[in-house]
Design a protein around this ligand. Structure first.
Ligand code: HEM
Length: 210
């Protein structure tokens, strides 16, 4: 879970940083999106790197879900008789919502790819002009799209807060002081990720980016 999760987190931060280019302007954002297709050139033919990245991310995602399923099954087998009474509050909100949070994020990623990568669900859907696609997507009249993105990004934030903390523990962190530090760092990273992602739709919604 930890290794595949950290790979996905690395993508999340890189993608968020790339999205912030929207504040530099249309030309810069579109140039960046076109550059993504040329990474590795001339060693690799165009879009090869992108496809390698897509393959690695898909394998990491499948591995992450498979590991979660195996761990859940193991936990159930370790306690075949269900608790007669299970206290409602168990761990943090994030810890309790990892499974459903993960499913929501997965469904969002499918919608998001159909929206901004293939353009199928986007009002413009012009692959050559991603800036225009983003601006059309989060236009004030389409506030419900911003709402969907906001809920999904918050789900990512909660998932990440607990996920990062657990990953640090899996990878060897054991002291109480280290645990406090890991908690604080996970929270700070999750908040910056959520803020970075949400800044884009809200900048469009409020007319800061047009
Ligand atoms: C409000 C926040 C977001 C914005 C504005 C945004 C924007 C974009 C845009 C413009 C693309 C298309 C890039 C291109 O083809 O040139 C894209 C692709 C993608 N985004 Fe996002 N994104 C956001 C949040 C997220 C989140 C939270 C995730 C993951 C949980 C995510 C995962 C992806 C993936 C997997 C792709 C496909 C990359 C590929 O083509 O291989 N995005 N995003």
């Amino acid at each position: 879970m930890a290794v595949t999760g950290l790979l996905l987190v690395a993508f999340l931060f890189a993608h968020m940083a790339g999205n912030l280019k929207i504040f530099v302007g249309a030309e810069s954002f579109d140039h960046y999106a076109h550059w993504l297709r040329r990474i590795g050139s001339p060693l690799l033919p165009e879009t090869w790197y992108l496809w390698i990245q897509r393959t690695v991310l898909t394998v990491a995602l499948i591995g992450h879900v498979a590991a979660a399923t195996i761990l859940t099954r193991r936990a159930r087998q370790a306690r075949p008789v269900r608790y007669a009474h299970r206290p409602k509050v168990q761990g943090s909100y994030a810890a309790r919502t990892m499974r459903w949070g993960g499913v929501i994020v997965l469904l969002f990623v499918i919608y998001h790819i159909l929206d901004l990568t293939t353009g199928t669900l986007n009002p413009i859907g012009d692959k050559a002009h991603p800036y225009a696609n983003v601006v059309a997507d989060f236009a004030p009249g389409r506030w419900y799209v911003t709402l969907v993105y906001t809920l999904a990004v918050l789900a990512v934030g909660f998932h990440l807060r607990h996920g990062l903390f657990s990953a640090v523990r899996t990878l060897g962190q054991q002291t109480p002081r280290g645990e406090q530090r890991a908690k604080a760092v996970s929270l700070a990273l999750s908040i910056s990720l959520v803020a970075g992602y949400l800044s884009v739709p809200f900048a469009v919604l409020t007319g800061l980016v047009r």
